[in-house]
Design a protein around this ligand. Sequence first.
Ligand code: DGL
Length: 282
Amino acid sequence: MAQPIGIFDSGLGGLTVVRAIRRRLPAESVVYFGDTARVPYGIKSGETVARFAAEDCEFLCRYQPKFIVVACNTASATALPLLSRRFRQPMLGVIEPGARAVQAVWNGRPIGVIATEATISSGAYRRAILRRLPTAQVVEKACPLLVPLVEEGRDAADPIVRAVLAEYLKPLIEAKVGAVVLGCTHYPLLKDAIAAIMGRDVALVDSAETVAEEVAYCLTNYHLLETAGVGDSRFFVSDNPERFQTVGRRFLAEEIPSVERVTPEEFFGTPRRAPARVEEVL
Ligand code: DGL
Protein backbone atom coordinates (compact mmCIF):
# COMPACT_ATOMS: atom_id res chain seq x y z
CA MET A 1 0.00 0.00 0.00
CA ALA A 2 1.33 3.46 -0.89
CA GLN A 3 1.61 5.91 1.99
CA PRO A 4 -2.06 6.28 2.93
CA ILE A 5 -4.33 9.05 4.16
CA GLY A 6 -5.15 8.25 7.81
CA ILE A 7 -8.73 8.98 8.83
CA PHE A 8 -10.26 8.51 12.25
CA ASP A 9 -13.60 8.95 13.95
CA SER A 10 -15.20 7.95 17.23
CA GLY A 11 -16.97 5.15 15.36
CA LEU A 12 -18.47 4.59 11.98
CA GLY A 13 -19.80 8.07 11.16
CA GLY A 14 -16.46 9.09 9.64
CA LEU A 15 -17.18 6.70 6.79
CA THR A 16 -19.21 9.54 5.23
CA VAL A 17 -15.89 11.40 4.95
CA VAL A 18 -14.09 8.29 3.63
CA ARG A 19 -16.76 8.02 0.94
CA ALA A 20 -16.26 11.63 -0.19
CA ILE A 21 -12.44 11.30 -0.16
CA ARG A 22 -12.51 8.08 -2.15
CA ARG A 23 -14.79 9.61 -4.75
CA ARG A 24 -12.65 12.72 -5.08
CA LEU A 25 -9.27 10.96 -4.82
CA PRO A 26 -9.65 7.39 -6.11
CA ALA A 27 -5.88 6.85 -6.44
CA GLU A 28 -5.29 7.48 -2.72
CA SER A 29 -5.05 4.67 -0.19
CA VAL A 30 -6.92 5.08 3.08
CA VAL A 31 -6.43 3.68 6.58
CA TYR A 32 -9.49 4.23 8.75
CA PHE A 33 -9.77 3.83 12.49
CA GLY A 34 -13.15 3.88 14.26
CA ASP A 35 -12.99 3.94 18.05
CA THR A 36 -16.12 1.82 18.42
CA ALA A 37 -15.15 0.69 21.93
CA ARG A 38 -15.36 4.27 23.25
CA VAL A 39 -18.03 5.89 21.04
CA PRO A 40 -19.83 8.27 21.60
CA TYR A 41 -17.35 11.13 22.02
CA GLY A 42 -20.08 13.75 21.75
CA ILE A 43 -21.19 13.51 25.40
CA LYS A 44 -17.68 13.37 26.89
CA SER A 45 -15.48 16.15 28.26
CA GLY A 46 -12.99 17.96 26.04
CA GLU A 47 -10.07 16.48 28.01
CA THR A 48 -11.27 12.92 27.50
CA VAL A 49 -11.97 13.42 23.79
CA ALA A 50 -8.51 14.96 23.34
CA ARG A 51 -6.87 11.97 25.02
CA PHE A 52 -8.86 9.49 22.90
CA ALA A 53 -8.14 11.46 19.72
CA ALA A 54 -4.39 11.46 20.43
CA GLU A 55 -4.49 7.68 20.93
CA ASP A 56 -6.44 7.27 17.69
CA CYS A 57 -3.76 9.25 15.82
CA GLU A 58 -1.05 7.24 17.55
CA PHE A 59 -2.64 4.08 16.18
CA LEU A 60 -2.92 5.50 12.64
CA CYS A 61 0.77 6.47 12.75
CA ARG A 62 1.67 2.78 12.66
CA TYR A 63 0.65 2.91 9.00
CA GLN A 64 2.80 5.97 8.28
CA PRO A 65 0.03 8.17 6.94
CA LYS A 66 1.16 11.11 4.83
CA PHE A 67 -1.87 13.11 5.94
CA ILE A 68 -4.41 12.74 8.77
CA VAL A 69 -8.09 13.64 8.57
CA VAL A 70 -9.96 14.08 11.84
CA ALA A 71 -13.36 13.04 10.50
CA CYS A 72 -15.08 13.36 13.88
CA ASN A 73 -16.62 16.80 14.45
CA THR A 74 -16.36 16.43 18.22
CA ALA A 75 -12.63 15.55 18.06
CA SER A 76 -12.01 18.34 15.51
CA ALA A 77 -13.82 20.84 17.73
CA THR A 78 -12.03 19.93 20.94
CA ALA A 79 -8.63 18.46 20.04
CA LEU A 80 -7.33 19.65 16.66
CA PRO A 81 -4.80 22.27 17.92
CA LEU A 82 -3.37 19.74 20.37
CA LEU A 83 -3.14 17.01 17.73
CA SER A 84 -1.47 19.32 15.20
CA ARG A 85 1.20 20.19 17.79
CA ARG A 86 1.78 16.59 18.75
CA PHE A 87 1.88 14.86 15.35
CA ARG A 88 4.17 15.82 12.52
CA GLN A 89 1.81 14.85 9.67
CA PRO A 90 -0.23 17.60 8.04
CA MET A 91 -3.74 17.35 9.43
CA LEU A 92 -7.25 18.53 8.62
CA GLY A 93 -10.37 18.60 10.78
CA VAL A 94 -13.93 19.08 9.62
CA ILE A 95 -14.82 22.39 11.32
CA GLU A 96 -12.91 24.80 9.04
CA PRO A 97 -14.12 23.10 5.82
CA GLY A 98 -17.68 23.28 7.22
CA ALA A 99 -17.32 27.00 7.92
CA ARG A 100 -15.89 27.57 4.45
CA ALA A 101 -18.81 25.66 2.91
CA VAL A 102 -21.37 27.76 4.78
CA GLN A 103 -19.60 30.96 3.71
CA ALA A 104 -20.08 29.87 0.09
CA VAL A 105 -23.87 29.62 0.47
CA TRP A 106 -24.50 32.46 2.94
CA ASN A 107 -27.39 34.72 2.01
CA GLY A 108 -27.32 37.10 4.97
CA ARG A 109 -29.87 35.15 7.01
CA PRO A 110 -28.90 33.55 10.37
CA ILE A 111 -26.86 30.33 10.21
CA GLY A 112 -27.94 27.23 12.14
CA VAL A 113 -25.45 24.71 13.49
CA ILE A 114 -26.53 21.30 14.76
CA ALA A 115 -23.99 18.99 16.39
CA THR A 116 -23.20 16.93 19.49
CA GLU A 117 -23.21 18.51 22.95
CA ALA A 118 -19.39 18.60 23.11
CA THR A 119 -19.07 20.25 19.69
CA ILE A 120 -21.66 22.91 20.51
CA SER A 121 -20.21 23.67 23.93
CA SER A 122 -16.71 24.02 22.45
CA GLY A 123 -18.00 26.97 20.37
CA ALA A 124 -15.67 25.85 17.54
CA TYR A 125 -18.21 26.21 14.70
CA ARG A 126 -19.40 29.60 15.97
CA ARG A 127 -15.81 30.90 16.09
CA ALA A 128 -14.91 29.48 12.67
CA ILE A 129 -18.06 30.95 11.07
CA LEU A 130 -17.69 34.35 12.71
CA ARG A 131 -14.06 34.59 11.60
CA ARG A 132 -15.30 34.45 8.02
CA LEU A 133 -18.66 36.15 8.43
CA PRO A 134 -18.32 38.54 11.41
CA THR A 135 -21.85 39.96 11.03
CA ALA A 136 -23.63 36.61 10.80
CA GLN A 137 -26.02 35.47 13.52
CA VAL A 138 -25.23 31.87 14.53
CA VAL A 139 -27.94 29.74 16.15
CA GLU A 140 -26.58 26.53 17.68
CA LYS A 141 -28.45 23.46 18.86
CA ALA A 142 -27.07 20.27 20.38
CA CYS A 143 -28.97 17.20 19.18
CA PRO A 144 -27.83 14.31 21.39
CA LEU A 145 -30.58 11.88 20.35
CA LEU A 146 -29.70 11.87 16.67
CA VAL A 147 -26.50 9.77 16.86
CA PRO A 148 -28.17 6.80 18.59
CA LEU A 149 -31.16 7.00 16.23
CA VAL A 150 -28.93 6.85 13.14
CA GLU A 151 -26.79 4.10 14.67
CA GLU A 152 -29.96 2.12 15.23
CA GLY A 153 -30.66 2.24 11.52
CA ARG A 154 -33.59 4.65 11.72
CA ASP A 155 -33.80 6.85 8.67
CA ALA A 156 -35.45 9.96 7.37
CA ALA A 157 -38.80 8.20 6.89
CA ASP A 158 -39.03 7.14 10.54
CA PRO A 159 -41.75 9.02 12.50
CA ILE A 160 -39.60 9.06 15.67
CA VAL A 161 -36.71 10.67 13.76
CA ARG A 162 -39.09 13.25 12.34
CA ALA A 163 -40.58 14.05 15.77
CA VAL A 164 -37.15 14.42 17.39
CA LEU A 165 -35.89 16.58 14.52
CA ALA A 166 -38.98 18.80 14.64
CA GLU A 167 -38.23 19.50 18.31
CA TYR A 168 -34.50 20.13 17.80
CA LEU A 169 -34.95 22.30 14.72
CA LYS A 170 -37.62 24.55 16.28
CA PRO A 171 -35.17 27.33 17.38
CA LEU A 172 -33.58 27.31 13.92
CA ILE A 173 -36.95 27.66 12.22
CA GLU A 174 -37.95 30.45 14.64
CA ALA A 175 -34.67 32.27 13.86
CA LYS A 176 -35.44 31.92 10.11
CA VAL A 177 -32.01 30.49 9.32
CA GLY A 178 -30.93 30.42 5.69
CA ALA A 179 -28.43 27.57 6.12
CA VAL A 180 -27.89 24.67 8.52
CA VAL A 181 -24.45 23.16 9.14
CA LEU A 182 -24.73 19.41 9.67
CA GLY A 183 -21.98 19.45 12.30
CA CYS A 184 -21.84 15.73 13.06
CA THR A 185 -20.74 12.72 11.03
CA HIS A 186 -24.16 11.06 11.40
CA TYR A 187 -26.42 13.90 10.26
CA PRO A 188 -25.87 13.60 6.49
CA LEU A 189 -27.86 10.37 6.75
CA LEU A 190 -30.85 12.43 7.93
CA LYS A 191 -30.49 15.08 5.25
CA ASP A 192 -33.86 14.34 3.61
CA ALA A 193 -35.76 14.59 6.89
CA ILE A 194 -33.95 17.81 7.86
CA ALA A 195 -34.63 19.27 4.40
CA ALA A 196 -38.32 18.35 4.66
CA ILE A 197 -38.63 20.20 7.99
CA MET A 198 -36.47 23.23 7.14
CA GLY A 199 -37.93 23.81 3.67
CA ARG A 200 -36.42 24.13 0.25
CA ASP A 201 -34.92 27.59 0.65
CA VAL A 202 -32.62 26.50 3.52
CA ALA A 203 -29.18 25.24 2.41
CA LEU A 204 -27.90 22.15 4.22
CA VAL A 205 -24.12 22.16 4.59
CA ASP A 206 -22.52 18.74 4.70
CA SER A 207 -18.78 19.29 5.06
CA ALA A 208 -17.67 15.85 3.77
CA GLU A 209 -17.33 17.08 0.20
CA THR A 210 -15.52 20.26 1.20
CA VAL A 211 -13.18 18.13 3.33
CA ALA A 212 -12.36 15.92 0.33
CA GLU A 213 -11.73 19.03 -1.78
CA GLU A 214 -9.38 20.46 0.85
CA VAL A 215 -7.51 17.18 1.24
CA ALA A 216 -6.93 17.24 -2.54
CA TYR A 217 -5.75 20.85 -2.33
CA CYS A 218 -3.37 20.16 0.60
CA LEU A 219 -1.90 17.00 -0.96
CA THR A 220 -1.29 18.87 -4.21
CA ASN A 221 0.43 21.71 -2.33
CA TYR A 222 2.62 19.31 -0.36
CA HIS A 223 3.44 17.36 -3.56
CA LEU A 224 1.94 14.26 -1.96
CA LEU A 225 -0.92 13.65 -4.36
CA GLU A 226 -1.24 10.16 -5.83
CA THR A 227 -2.58 10.38 -9.37
CA ALA A 228 -2.18 6.92 -10.91
CA GLY A 229 -3.87 3.62 -10.13
CA VAL A 230 -6.62 2.79 -7.65
CA GLY A 231 -6.05 3.17 -3.91
CA ASP A 232 -6.54 0.55 -1.28
CA SER A 233 -8.59 0.87 1.94
CA ARG A 234 -8.13 -0.75 5.33
CA PHE A 235 -10.59 -0.45 8.19
CA PHE A 236 -9.79 -0.90 11.87
CA VAL A 237 -12.03 -0.63 14.91
CA SER A 238 -11.49 -0.99 18.66
CA ASP A 239 -14.59 -3.17 19.12
CA ASN A 240 -17.28 -5.14 17.33
CA PRO A 241 -16.03 -5.28 13.71
CA GLU A 242 -19.14 -7.22 12.63
CA ARG A 243 -21.46 -4.38 13.61
CA PHE A 244 -19.17 -1.86 11.94
CA GLN A 245 -19.32 -3.86 8.74
CA THR A 246 -23.13 -4.13 8.77
CA VAL A 247 -24.07 -0.62 9.88
CA GLY A 248 -21.08 1.00 8.14
CA ARG A 249 -22.42 -0.07 4.75
CA ARG A 250 -25.06 2.68 4.96
CA PHE A 251 -22.46 5.35 5.74
CA LEU A 252 -19.97 4.27 3.07
CA ALA A 253 -22.73 3.50 0.54
CA GLU A 254 -20.94 0.27 -0.41
CA GLU A 255 -19.87 -3.03 1.11
CA ILE A 256 -16.93 -3.03 3.53
CA PRO A 257 -14.97 -6.16 2.57
CA SER A 258 -13.10 -6.59 5.85
CA VAL A 259 -12.72 -4.90 9.20
CA GLU A 260 -9.89 -5.64 11.60
CA ARG A 261 -10.20 -5.38 15.36
CA VAL A 262 -7.37 -3.67 17.18
CA THR A 263 -6.57 -5.27 20.52
CA PRO A 264 -5.99 -3.03 23.54
CA GLU A 265 -2.28 -3.96 23.47
CA GLU A 266 -1.92 -2.68 19.94
CA PHE A 267 -4.12 0.27 20.59
CA PHE A 268 -2.41 1.68 23.65
CA GLY A 269 1.10 0.68 22.60
CA THR A 270 2.06 -0.99 25.86
CA PRO A 271 0.94 -4.56 26.53
CA ARG A 272 -1.56 -4.75 29.38
CA ARG A 273 -2.37 -7.74 31.50
CA ALA A 274 -5.97 -8.86 31.00
CA PRO A 275 -7.90 -8.43 34.28
CA ALA A 276 -8.41 -11.71 36.06
CA ARG A 277 -11.70 -10.65 37.66
CA VAL A 278 -14.41 -8.17 36.72
CA GLU A 279 -13.81 -6.25 40.01
CA GLU A 280 -10.33 -5.36 38.78
CA VAL A 281 -11.72 -3.10 36.10
CA LEU A 282 -14.38 -1.47 38.28
N1 DGL B 1 -18.41 11.38 15.28
C1 DGL B 1 -19.13 12.23 16.19
C2 DGL B 1 -19.16 13.66 15.64
O1 DGL B 1 -19.05 13.88 14.44
C3 DGL B 1 -20.54 11.72 16.44
C4 DGL B 1 -20.59 10.45 17.27
C5 DGL B 1 -20.05 10.63 18.67
O2 DGL B 1 -20.67 11.33 19.50
O3 DGL B 1 -18.98 10.08 18.94
O4 DGL B 1 -19.29 14.58 16.41
